[in-house]
Ligand binder design. Structure first.
Ligand code: ATP
Length: 281
């Protein structure tokens, strides 16, 4: 079916309009995934090469076209290797849509079931407040839908009930467990001393060291929420989706953490992940 007003020589059909809309949507989602990372520059580089290839092809420049053809044909494989993390996040988002209506394509559906267990954030907030007042660093990761067990396995298994005292004991500078991250699953301390992937995002301020980069890195690869206490400044921060909210007060920390874990709203009205903007690093 075609529209009544064709654009000169172009016959534009409803299917074409739908096609363009879907491609625009796809490109926007890809942009959202890559925004703020080196991968965006790489993607733009690849896109430029592809556009040049199309132009060269149209002009019939045989030799150059042949060279670029070789480049483009290995481009798909190269992209999969280069964009491993982003593809992972994209598929994770699609999986969330299928499971609960959340994720990057899930704005048309509300989550129908809660993903986070209803546990109290108080021990974490109280411990963070106390650690911050003593300039003691901490890194606490709350798992959501993504499976963090591979990261938990890099540390020491705990499977303990969360309490302020236990968290203070773990992150005490003299504790053999203080180095690395604690992973929390369903409100229980699953493991301590865990090693997280470090963010390679060039936009991360140089003032942020490895602890904060590790928090950003984990949230770039998964949907985990990470609480960071800076040893250097005593600042408390929350991180998710590769974005960080720094310098939170205990009250702000409690509200944000509860919100992000989906605990402040009834299950049927909980926001989908990503619906609340967080500051860029
Ligand atoms: N990849 C990682 N995974 C888990 N924890 C890490 C990782 N890298 C660093 N850390 C933790 O961060 C600590 C080092 O923090 P560093 O001082 O470099 O970071 P920072 O972001 O400047 O934090 P702070 O503001 O607390 O000083 C390490 O002792 C370790 O406990």
């Amino acid at each position: 079916m075609t529209l009544p007003y064709p654009f000169h020589f172009l016959r534009v059909g409803l299917v074409d309009v739908l096609d363009v809309l879907l491609v625009t949507l796809l490109l926007y989602q890809v942009y959202k995934l890559l925004r703020g990372s080196v991968a965006l520059n790489v993607a733009l580089g690849l896109l430029s090469v592809y556009l040049i290839y199309l132009i060269v092809n149209a002009l019939g420049l045989g030799l150059l076209s042949g060279i670029l053809d070789e480049f483009v044909s290995v481009g798909v494989l190269a992209s999969i290797i280069l964009f491993q993390q982003e593809i992972r996040r994209f598929l994770l988002g699609l999986g969330k849509v299928a499971l609960e209506g959340g994720g990057p394509l899930g704005w048309w559906r509300r989550p129908t079931r809660p993903t986070a267990a209803a546990f109290s954030v108080l021990p974490y907030v109280e411990a963070a407040k106390s650690l911050a007042s003593k300039d003691t660093g901490a890194l606490i990761c709350f798992s959501q839908v993504s499976d963090l067990s591979s990261y938990a396995e890099s540390g020491d298994r705990l499977d303990a009930e969360a309490s302020k005292r236990l968290l203070l004991a773990i992150f005490n500078k003299t504790s053999p467990l203080h180095d690395g991250a604690v992973i929390v699953t369903q409100g229980r301390l699953q493991a301590a001393r865990c090693i997280l992937p470090v963010s390679q995002n060039p936009a991360v301020p140089a003032a942020l060291g490895l602890r904060h980069r590790a928090a950003l890195g984990l949230t770039e690869a998964t949907d985990a929420i990470v609480l960071v206490v800076s040893e250097e400044t005593g600042q408390m921060s929350l991180v998710r989706h590769g974005e960080i909210l720094r310098g939170l007060t205990p009250a702000e920390l409690k509200t944000r953490l509860s919100d992000w874990l989906g605990q402040n709203l009834p299950a049927a009205t909980r926001p989908a992940l990503g619906s609340q903007p967080a500051a860029r690093p």
